[in-house]
Design a protein around this ligand. Structure first.
Ligand SMILES: Nc1ncnc2c1ncn2[C@@H]1O[C@H](COP(=O)(O)OP(=O)(O)O)[C@@H](O)[C@H]1O
Ligand SMILES: O=C(O)C1=C[C@@H](OP(=O)(O)O)[C@@H](O)[C@H](O)C1
Ligand SMILES: [Mg+2]
Length: 170
């Protein structure tokens, strides 16, 4: 199948963009951050788009853009945290090498300036993230071939596991 050699999924802050960029470097392929595609298409950062469009329209746009992108990008692709939950997206991901980067709630809260980046987490980011982890984990697990724990591990540790998960070439 043509398309990305590796697709990373997982909650916001799990390290998809960070580890995806490292993996692309190590594999000598291009890197694409799906949030950048969304921003280019709509002229607003993905986190703000969720608020402006509402989740349903945002997800329609994710599905459409991803359908266009998959045949065109053969490197590493980091998806947005919610992308695998958009209707139609799990079907698009079938047959691709998808890796789920998991993270626990405490690590997540320590990792990023969550609210500026994700205004849709308001008014209670902790509760929202707890619920998000619970409801999305089964979706991430279903679309991914491998789950990699990232809590209390460095991006390089995670990268090693990601590379080890890659199907052998040829
Ligand atoms: N394994 C890790 N350990 C500690 N911090 C990390 C790790 N992976 C990513 N980070 C940090 O967490 C933040 C979110 O990472 P990012 O790659 O943007 O996540 P995502 O794309 O999944 O939302 C960044 O500040 C990044 O430097
Ligand atoms: O989890 C989500 O619903 C989202 C995660 C974000 O991407 P990251 O996971 O790269 O932060 C971005 O697509 C948008 O704010 C929605
Ligand atoms: Mg990201």
């Amino acid at each position: 199948m043509t398309g990305p050699v590796l697709i990373l999924v997982g909650p916001p802050g799990s390290g998809k963009s960070t580890v995806g960029r490292l993996a692309a470097e190590r594999l000598g392929v291009g890197f694409r951050d799906f949030d950048d595609d969304l921003e280019r298409a709509h002229g607003l950062p993905a986190g703000e788009l969720v608020v402006q469009l509402g989740r349903e329209k945002f997800q329609e746009s994710e599905r459409e853009l991803l359908g266009d992108l998959l045949p065109k990008h053969d490197g590493v692709l980091a998806l947005g945290g919610g992308t695998p939950t958009a209707p139609g997206v799990p079907e698009l991901l079938k047959g691709h090498h998808v890796v789920f980067l998991d993270v626990n709630l405490d690590q997540l809260l320590r990792r990023e300036g969550l609210v500026p980046l994700h205004p849709w987490l308001l008014p209670n980011p902790r509760a929202h993230l707890r619920e998000l982890l619970n409801t999305r984990r089964p979706v991430y697990t279903a679309v991914a071939a491998t789950t990699i724990q990232t809590s209390e591990r460095t991006p390089d540790d995670v990268l090693a596991d990601v590379l080890a998960s890659m199907p052998a070439a040829g």
